[in-house]
Ligand binder design. Structure first.
Ligand code: NDP
Length: 451
């Protein structure tokens, strides 16, 4: 078949997706990216085509949408929307994070749940895909207000989740504090102490390395990609966006592996510290962001470096870039700037942080590009390990969990190489991750009949 025929098949498929899911632009974007790489593979494997596996994967098994009423510190009633998308359970219970952010809507959560299905399959662990959250904004709220909200959210959600059904975790706006409040309310209502959430505190069922896992994993993935070119992170200048969970631990691991992190950001702007963000400086950021809940600008004031308001860090000269904040945070122009400045490796800690046009720039320039569903799978992988430890009622050591995480990231990289190496030996990690993730789910769906 020619490329024109494939393009037509993709366009026909997408026309139906867009008609059925009107206005959900991020969801369309995520599906298109997968379908573009899968259509030729599916044409060569007609069993998947006949069973309409691609069409079925793009339709959630279940969408739960609910009201979350709560009372703020002034005694005023607030109402938010709550969601859980149970996307696919072919290979295990639904698994995926909760996002609390004012931009949350159905389309964003469906894109995240769709990505999660492939990502979880790539980890080699038995986890289906899901995602959830709320348009609640934890920023500027007191601990008491966050607790009230979490309790109301879980009062409804607890009817739909369980350790063998659906196991949520954190994402943007949901860290250790929120998981604690959510877990407490689940336990209170259901009267069971069980592994229903991951990212729990270490004293009450949490896994070692879970907070670190996404950032560490994305760094290990970058190291694996560099290895294919006989290179390493040693001496590399690294630009990171975000300053939350993923960004903090990516910064820690890059530094540990000999790289120099020169940027971090939040939704207000970015800091540029050409001397590098050392261990001590990172400790300051962790306190600033996790305890004081302040702005990244304060780092620039403390360490007297540059702060750029309202701009993302992609104009800075670097060898490696790790977008670790949010979706669509690198556009075509920013991708061109990165490549022009010598960046040759992108490892995505965030989900879908590069627009389709940016991805095209990377691939045309033949730089190393690890898409989120492969590069950031370390977080959910260690969540899977937390589920195993909860079932066993055991707690593994830091070394044991980190060793498993490293092996999983190597396996994911190997899968990408297996399915993504193209004619001129360039590794198309997008293709590799999509096909590698797809096969396992598709075969399970075939075996389980039309459900
Ligand atoms: P956090 O809430 O801990 O941190 C998010 C960071 O990104 C903050 O610095 C935040 O700045 C910034 N950010 C959020 N939204 C925007 C926006 N619209 N524009 C600019 N900056 C923004 O979240 P995580 O670190 O957990 O998540 C970051 C990314 O990683 C997300 O894409 C998430 O889906 C992905 N991810 C997370 C996993 C995990 O285990 N936590 C697992 C896999 C992927 P500000 O404080 O100003 O809002």
């Amino acid at each position: 078949m020619t490329n024109n025929v494939y393009d037509q098949l993709v366009n026909d498929f997408m026309a139906k997706i867009i008609a059925k899911n009107a206005g959900e632009t991020e969801f369309h974007q995520a599906v298109r990216e997968v379908v573009e790489t899968l259509v030729p593979f599916i044409e060569e494997n007609p069993q998947y085509k006949e069973a309409k596996i691609l069409e079925r994967i793009a339709e959630p098994e279940r969408v739960i949408l609910f009201r979350v009423p709560w009372v703020d510190d002034k005694g005023e009633i607030q109402i938010n929307k709550g969601y859980r998308i149970e996307m696919n359970s072919a290979i295990g219970p639904y698994k995926g994070g909760l996002r609390f952010h004012p931009t949350v809507n159905l389309g964003i959560l469906k894109f995240l749940a769709y990505e999660q299905v492939y990502k979880n399959s790539l980890t080699t662990l038995p986890m289906g895909g899901g995602k959830g959250g709320s348009d609640f904004d934890p920023k500027g709220k007191s601990d008491n207000e966050v607790m009230k909200f979490c309790q109301s959210f879980m009062t409804e959600l607890c009817k739909h989740i369980g350790p063998n059904t659906d196991v949520p975790a954190g994402d943007i706006g949901v860290g250790g504090r929120e998981i604690g409040f959510l877990f407490g309310q689940y336990k209170r209502i259901r009267n069971e102490f069980t592994g229903v959430l991951t990212g729990k505190g270490r004293e009450w069922g949490g896994s070692r390395i879970r907070p670190e896992a996404t950032g560490y994993g994305a760094t290990y993935f970058a190291a694996e990609m560099l290895k294919t070119r006989g290179d390493s992170l040693e001496g590399k200048v690294v630009a990171i966006s975000g300053s939350g969970n993923v960004a903090q631990y990516a910064c820690e691991k890059v530094t540990e592996l000999g790289g120099k992190v020169v940027t971090l950001s939040d939704s207000s702007g970015f800091i540029y510290d050409p001397e590098g963000i050392s261990k001590e400086k990172l400790a300051y950021i962790m306190h600033l962001k996790n305890v004081k809940r302040g702005r990244i600008k304060e780092y620039a004031e403390k360490y007297r470096c540059e702060y750029h308001e309202g701009i993302r860090p992609w104009g800075v000269k670097c060898d490696v870039a790790m977008p670790n904040a949010t979706q669509n945070e690198i556009n075509e122009d920013e991708a061109k700037m990165l490549v022009a400045n010598g960046c040759f490796c992108i490892s995505e800690g965030a989900n879908m942080p590069s627009t389709p046009e940016a991805v095209e720039v990377y691939q045309k320039a033949k730089i190393l590009y690890g898409p989120g569903k492969a590069a950031n799978a370390g977080g959910v992988a260690v969540s899977g390990l937390e589920m195993s430890q909860n079932s066993l009622r055991l707690s593994w050591t830091r070394e044991e969990v980190d060793g498993r995480l490293q092996n999983i990231m190597k396996d994911i990289h190997g899968t990408c190489v297996k399915y993504g190496t193209v004619d001129d030996k360039y590794i198309d990690y997008v293709k590799g991750a999509n096909i590698g993730g797809f096969v396992k789910i598709a075969d399970a769906m075939l075996a389980q009949g039309i459900v």
